[in-house]
Design a protein around this ligand. Structure first.
Ligand SMILES: [Zn+2]
Length: 76
């Protein structure tokens, strides 16, 4: 079962969740605040700022090496 990355729309927490292909587009909840979390497309979300042309992916994380907060190196 593949692992997908999610980001909480409320507190900005990034977390990973094992989900089946049929469940991947369903909403999931943040483990910290129980708010709705959105799926991050891939590990390469670190570079998603170039896709949108903005820095909207920055959301309360403390990673200094990536803007998206889903960096596999820093774990955020
Ligand atoms: Zn949260």
């Amino acid at each position: 079962m593949p692992i997908y990355e999610y980001r909480c729309t409320n507190c900005g927490l990034n977390f990973e969740k094992l989900r089946s292909m049929s469940e991947v587009d369903k909403d999931t909840l943040c483990p910290a605040c129980q708010s709705k979390a959105e799926r991050i497309p891939s590990k390469f979300a670190c570079f998603s700022t170039s896709e949108t042309g903005t820095s909207t992916t920055v959301g309360g994380n403390s990673c200094s090496s990536c803007a998206g907060g889903s960096c596999s190196t820093c774990g955020l």
